[in-house]
Design a protein around this ligand. Structure first.
Ligand code: F0G
Length: 443
């Protein structure tokens, strides 16, 4: 616990960016669900089985076996985390001038696509950009938008980039029916589908709960089918797979796998460790199996829902339906008096920290960054604060404290002022940007 004075000083020191706070100054840490989950006793035991051979570690083969069994891809290339896999895949598949359509952007994914010379095009359904739309599968691809991109760019779409549980839309799932159509369309136009499998188990849970004909089907089964509709995946093992670090690229194509095995030694490490220690690979392998258990995923998503429902009952504007990995506050409705150029979601995340020491993060105009062609700020329709719930870490009481703090900030919302950006890094600016309150005080 800290005092308000301490938090005021910490916030100033951090340039009003929750990424720049020291964790010791944070009470409940809802910055991200990435690498912050609690490993199980089995995973911790797995660390002790680390085979730290440079090449051909036992743990690599265990990881490879887990990926083949639970996701079904033939080739597994380990990487230090998700963006390592994105980097390698983008370098292999993308040529300058290509176009990559996807169901809403993700920060690191899009950046690697752009650095490889592609332009990302959003083809998600319109409902995904509306925080109040109750559509059950806001992660769905708009098939007409996708077909237009494929038709207008013959030979220049290396793959369709599909995320399971779309992070930037508020943790919203894609339906099986929609992914089947995406697969068919991509095949018709002779291109591939690459899955961002980072939160695929959470997506499968929503399919089991919401999609006609899928009730009662094990999550593990649905995960396998989702993956089977795609040609490969990038994975951040720091989310669904319950590890503190790790990731991989998995593909079915022999030629792509060979190129990936070659590139991984340049940027990550040998193809049988890719930047992870043997013990990390063991923890990931065990975590993959745990992540697709129905009981686990019910409790995990259930906890997020508990927080979301509470806030909703109190009339606090959030993205609905409640997402898989977090509750997203709608900063545009929360702070209607702060224009988007004054970074309302960034200010709201700062105000929440000031109130209680709960750390959330911005998912709006700061995260969206600048258009690489024009240099202009991109202005997403969604201006959100993400309360991200780590897996197996917090209790219901922590959710209650968080909800009460959000409520207190909501009561005082009219006092909160916008921010001015005073330092802007070139890449992924949200991680390290610094701000100052307009008028000298945040509230
Ligand atoms: N894809 C998605 C959907 C993600 O959410 C992330 C990371 C990545 C890829 C990249 O993986 O971090 O292991 O390199 N998301 C974190 C977050 C950073 O807080 O949402 P990574």
């Amino acid at each position: 616990m800290t005092t308000r004075e301490q938090r005021e000083a910490a916030l100033k020191e951090a340039g009003y960016n929750t990424f720049l706070l020291r964790s010791r100054d944070v009470y409940i840490d809802l910055l991200t669900d990435s690498g912050t989950s609690a490993m199980s006793d089995r995973q911790w035991a797995g660390l002790m089985l680390g085979d730290e051979a440079y090449a051909g570690s036992e743990n690599f083969y265990h990881l490879e076996e887990a990926v083949r069994r639970f996701y079904g891809y033939r080739h597994v290339i380990p990487t230090h985390q998700g963006r390592g896999a994105e980097h390698i895949l983008s370098r292999i598949l993308i040529r300058p001038g290509d176009v990559v359509p996807g169901n809403m952007y993700f920060t690191t994914t899009r950046l690697h696509q752009e650095l490889a010379g592609a332009t990302f095009t959003d083809v998600i359904i319109d409902e995904a950009h509306d925080p109040a739309s109750e559509h059950p599968f806001k992660g769905d691809v708009d098939l007409e938008k996708l077909e237009r991109v494929l038709k207008e760019n013959p030979g220049r779409v290396p793959y369709v980039s599909v995320a399971a549980t779309v992070n930037m839309a508020g943790g919203q799932p894609i339906s099986l029916a929609n992914l089947r159509e995406v697969r068919a369309l991509a095949s018709r136009y002779g291109t591939r589908v690459i899955l961002d499998a980072t939160r695929v188990a959470e997506n499968a849970w929503f399919i089991q709960q919401r999609e006609p004909g899928q009730q009662g089907r094990p999550v593990a089964d649905i995960v396998r089918e989702l993956c089977s509709l795609t040609d490969g995946c990038t994975m951040s093992a720091k989310k669904d797979p319950l590890a503190n670090i790790g990731g991989f690229l998995a593909v079915n194509d022999d030629e792509i796998a060979e190129q990936a095995r070659n590139l991984v030694v340049v940027y990550e490490g040998l193809h049988t460790y890719g930047g992870m220690a043997g013990r990390d690979m063991e923890a990931v392998a065990i975590g993959i199996e745990e992540s697709v258990q129905d009981d686990h995923i019910r409790a995990r998503v259930g906890q997020v829902l508990y927080l979301g429902e509470k806030l909703r009952r109190w009339g606090i504007p959030i993205v609905v339906p409640v997402g898989g990995h977090g509750v997203f506050l709608d900063a545009k409705r929360f702070l209607p008096h702060v224009p988007q150029e004054h970074y309302p979601a960034q200010a709201l995340a700062a105000a929440l920290y000031l109130d209680s020491g709960v750390r959330a993060m911005e998912r709006g105009i700061v995260s969206a960054g600048r258009d690489p062609q024009t240099g202009e700020e991109r202005k997403p329709r969604l201006e959100l604060v993400r309360l991200t719930i780590p897996r197996r870490v917090y209790t219901q009481a922590h959710m209650d404290v968080t909800a009460e703090s959000v409520y207190c900030v909501f009561e005082e919302r009219e006092k909160i002022r916008g921010l001015r950006m005073v330092f802007e890094p070139k890449f992924l600016r949200f991680f390290q940007a610094r701000f100052e309150p307009i008028g000298g005080r945040l509230m």
